[in-house]
Write a protein that binds this ligand. Structure first.
Ligand SMILES: [Zn+2]
Length: 250
């Protein structure tokens, strides 16, 4: 259930894109990076807004031209791990390797100081690995995944870390919901509003055997939905920032 409307309108909005293979762990093809990512970058260019692209090391290896373009067009390049393996499945050494290897590949394109773990799952005991690798921001949490956000449960204490932790505000498929429901919900979110999408949502997967929330309204409809959401926040006077700039402004 959405939270009741906040009295203060959202002002700061970060559009984030998790640049990864298609709908892991179900497909692992690359149509999103090949076809969807360029369409997203075209949309951001049309709106003249920056995005933050949390990219896996393997995606950068597969689609280096896309990564070059996102950096050249002023988007923030962030890290989304190497292989999209969920970090809770990795022991400390394997987690360290995922971070070090992906960081090395991504930093050959530009500075990388923001991180988001696959599936928004990152064990607190691994935060030190991100600090050691020079990260300043972690966006591996989702407000929509946390019971305390929905009710009267007390938020868990934050572990000590030098990282700024800025969670995603909601799950990606919300943007593809009917406008009357979606817009009311999005405008009720507390700021900063951190939206996230994936390049594979901008490829038509409606006839692919997939979980319904992964495939409904994918392709052209998803692109016009995101276009409409950006326009909605623009009408509300929102400021579009990268995650790095949002952290600096906080
Ligand atoms: Zn992901």
């Amino acid at each position: 259930m959405p939270k009741p409307a906040s009295s203060s309108r959202p002002r700061d909005v970060c559009i984030t894109v998790d640049m990864e293979p298609d709908c892991p762990p179900f497909l692992w093809t690359w149509r999103g990076m090949e076809e969807g990512a360029p369409r997203l970058l075209d949309l951001f260019a049309r709106h003249a807004i920056p995005a933050t692209c949390f990219t896996t090391g393997e995606s950068a290896r597969h689609s280096p031209r896309v990564v070059e373009r996102m950096v050249a067009e002023g988007h923030e390049l962030g890290c989304h791990g190497m292989s999209h393996t969920p970090f809770p499945q990795l022991d400390r050494e394997a987690a360290r390797r995922e971070i070090v290897e992906s960081s090395e590949i991504l930093r050959s394109f530009g500075p990388v100081t923001s991180f988001r773990a696959p599936n928004l799952l990152f064990p607190d005991e691994y935060l030190g690995l991100l600090e050691d690798a020079g990260y300043e921001l972690d966006s591996s949490q989702g407000k929509h995944k946390q019971a305390w956000w929905f009710g009267d449960v007390t938020p868990p204490p934050s572990p000590p870390t030098s990282l700024k932790r800025i969670p995603a505000s909601t799950t990606s498929s919300v943007i593809r919901l009917p406008a009357w429901l979606r817009d009311r919900f999005l405008l009720s979110l507390d700021g900063p509003v951190v939206l996230f999408v994936h390049p594979w949502e901008y490829v038509d997967l409606t006839r692919v055997k997939l979980r319904y929330d992964c495939r409904f309204r994918t392709g052209d409809p998803a692109l016009s939905d995101l276009d409409a959401v950006i326009s909605l926040f623009k009408r509300e006077g929102a400021r579009f920032l990268t995650m790095r700039d949002l952290a600096a402004a906080a």
